[in-house]
Ligand binder design. Structure first.
Ligand SMILES: [Zn+2]
Length: 227
């Protein structure tokens, strides 16, 4: 209990230091037609959040960025249909870059993006397509054979659909272990993203395969919208 309170205090204090932020979203919708993730942000809250943070650069670029000046990067996990329908037009109009981590075997399923939608977005210079694995496996608990499928096979499947290199990975549930990190490197990814509830500060993102992100959903908004 005390340990958890200290951890929360430490994470909060990190925002007092110079930092950049990588935001992680799932559903952007008031009422998802198929509710595939409990993690969602209402449409208006999403618009407000985006407008009150930034400027934004692609997630891959922010990892390389030396200056810590509250620049943001936007990422979406799971490849949900409402991201195409609601978030994409909004961000596109504002010329804000973003990354989508898709599940290669969920494309064309109800509630997820179609392959045609993915192809359309992949052709947009604002959009980067990364992998989230094939079927949303907790990698930290999977054996090496399964992790290979999730990390290495999904990359190939996504590249076959988009015709572009898939250079980024995001761990489902933020879960990974030693095998995961080795395979992310071996598979040729440039970066892999975790969920650590903390910003990028001077010392905490040296490892290209455990890049921290902040999950933004309706019930975490208060942490990142200091009054
Ligand atoms: Zn996910």
């Amino acid at each position: 209990m005390l340990k958890e309170a200290m951890k929360q205090g430490y994470l909060k204090a990190l925002f007092l230091f110079p930092h950049n932020n990588i935001f992680e979203f799932h559903h952007v919708s008031d009422c998802p037609p198929v509710d595939l993730s409990p993690r969602k942000i209402k449409t208006e809250a999403f618009y407000r959040f985006i407008e009150s943070h930034g400027p934004y650069i692609p997630a891959g670029d922010i990892v390389e960025k030396k200056e810590l000046d509250r620049t943001g990067a936007i990422t979406f996990d799971d490849g949900l249909e409402d991201v195409y329908r609601i978030a994409y037009p909004f961000l596109g109009e504002k010329k804000i870059p973003f990354t989508i981590f898709v599940l290669s075997e969920k494309l064309d399923r109800p509630g997820y993006m179609t392959k045609a939608q993915l192809l359309e977005m992949a052709a947009d210079p604002l959009v980067t397509i990364g992998s989230h694995g094939t079927d949303h496996t907790k990698l930290g608990e999977a054996d090496e054979k399964k992790q290979r499928v999730e990390i290495i096979d999904s990359k190939k499947q996504i590249e076959d659909i988009t015709g572009r290199e898939c250079a980024y990975f995001a761990y489902p549930f933020g879960s990974y272990n030693e095998i995961t990190l080795r395979l992310a490197h071996e598979g040729g990814y440039v970066n892999a993203f975790a969920v650590k509830g903390r910003p990028l500060t001077r010392g905490n993102h040296k490892d290209p395969y455990t890049v921290p992100r902040l999950s933004i959903e309706d019930n975490t908004l208060r942490y990142y919208n200091p009054a």
